[in-house]
Structure formats: structure tokens, C-alpha cells
Ligand binder design. Sequence first.
Ligand SMILES: NC(=O)c1ccc[n+]([C@@H]2O[C@H](COP(=O)([O-])OP(=O)(O)OC[C@H]3O[C@@H](n4cnc5c(N)ncnc54)[C@H](O)[C@@H]3O)[C@@H](O)[C@H]2O)c1
Length: 246
Amino acid sequence: MRLKGRKAIVTGAGQGIGRSIALKIAQEGADVVIAEMNPDTGTQTAREVEALGRKALFISIDVANPKQVQGMVDQVLRVWKRIDVLVNNAGFDRPGNLLQVKEEDWDAVLGVHLKGTLNCIQAVAPHMIENGYGKIVNLSSVWGKRGAVSEISYSTAKAGIIGLTKSVARELGRHQINVNVVLPGFILTPTVSKMAEKYRNMIIDNTPFKRVGQPEEVANVVLFLASDEASFVTGALVEVSGGWNM
Ligand SMILES: NC(=O)c1ccc[n+]([C@@H]2O[C@H](COP(=O)([O-])OP(=O)(O)OC[C@H]3O[C@@H](n4cnc5c(N)ncnc54)[C@H](O)[C@@H]3O)[C@@H](O)[C@H]2O)c1
């Protein structure tokens, strides 16, 4: 058990990659806070974590709201006394290109991904600094590195998460807090499965592995980065894309 006794927060853990991460780290011994805006899926993941013999705490939250995030962290520290792992996974996409993107979509996408990630890190950092221990894993995307047509807000937000990760890794390194970022390629989650077949096939064609990825394949990498096996890894970008972005 690589995370035995650890306390972790996973945002957006109601479905998809976040759910897989929550279950994976619970299998490895962590108690998990399911920080999720959808109460139906959030409570379902919490039940699945408990079925693995771990403690779960579902907290209904919008990560873009700093007050709600601070309230969540205060609650977790009151109940569980510590936070060892933070996984910033929550997010959504609102496609739009440069000339047509709506201001409200730009604000919402940057709000959930970039500000949401900052909010969560700011709220847990004082506690992790005090403990001299912490693992922070952020979810970006290969689109954050290479850009994407009609994904102006999303790829900008995901690029921002890479910059944020490196800056925070530099600031928190002296406290033995690891901060890393995972860049998934095309991973088959409920949201992505709605993508038109034409685009899906285009991505698969350009992927050396000639297939989509599974949420568990991202969760395995997050588990490694959240564990002490990655004790000297910080500020690293890890792509989980079947080679799509080479
Ligand atoms: N699936 C992919 O192919 C892929 C590729 C690259 C990056 N990613 C990134 O991985 C992460 C997970 O992707 P996914 O495909 O599993 O997404 P998903 O849409 O299946 O799940 C995202 C979860 O986040 C929750 N959420 C959304 N906004 C929230 C908010 N403001 N506060 C709290 N919870 C919120 C949703 O309710 C949902 O449960 C995202 O950050 C996504 O950008 C996914």
C-alpha cells in the first residue's frame, strides 16, 4: 500500500479520470475527500471509496470559488487533522476559437481550471508547509503544450496550469512539497466519449499506440506522483497520451 494512512483531496472525483484517481489512491490506502460539484456522482464515488475499506468525505464544491475551497480545507482539517495529497482534476471545456470565444466561456474555463487549481493550492499550502510534507498533482492536457484549434480557453487554461505548477514547485520545494503536472492525451471518459467519431479517429490515427487511453492509465501516473516513490520529482510534466504529442 503506497499511500497507507494518507489523507487526500481529489477535485472533480465524481466521474471520469477524477473518479479513477480517487479509487486508485483509496486502493493504495488513502482516505479520500471527493470534492465535486455534482452531488449524485460525488456521493457515488464516496460510496465506492468506502467499499474499498477507506474513509470518504464528499464535499459539494465549486473549485472556482475561493471561499468554498477554504471552507472545504477547514472542514477536512477539522475532521481528519491533515492533508497529504491534493489532486487538482476538476474541469470542463467550452470550445470556441479566437474570434468567436465568448467572454463568459473564457472566464468560466479559466475559472475552473486555472483559478480553481490556484484556489486549492493556496488553501492547502499553509498546512503542508507546517507539516513539511505534501504531494500536489495538477491535471493539464497535451493541448496545454501544443495549443488546439477551437479550444482557445481550454488550451490557455491548461498552459497556465503548467506555469503555475512550475512556479509553485519552485516556491514549495524547500518545504519538501512535490508539485507536478500530468498531461493526458485522449482519455475515454463520459465527457470525451461524446466527441464526434471523425475527431476521435483523427486523434487515434496520430497516436502511436493507435487507441484511446483509459482513466486508470492516468490514475496510475497520479498515484506514482502522489507517493513517496516520487520523492525527488517536482515541477515535472508527465504526458499520458500514447505518444500523441511527440
Ligand atoms: N478526458 C480526456 O481526454 C482529458 C484529456 C486531457 C485532460 N483532461 C483533464 O482531466 C481532468 C478530468 O477530465 P475528465 O475527462 O475525467 O472530465 P469529466 O468531465 O468526465 O469529469 C470532470 C469532473 O469535474 C467536475 N467539475 C467540473 N467543474 C467543477 C467545479 N467547478 N468544481 C468541482 N467539480 C467540478 C464534474 O462535475 C465532473 O465530475 C480535467 O481537468 C480535464 O481537463 C482530460
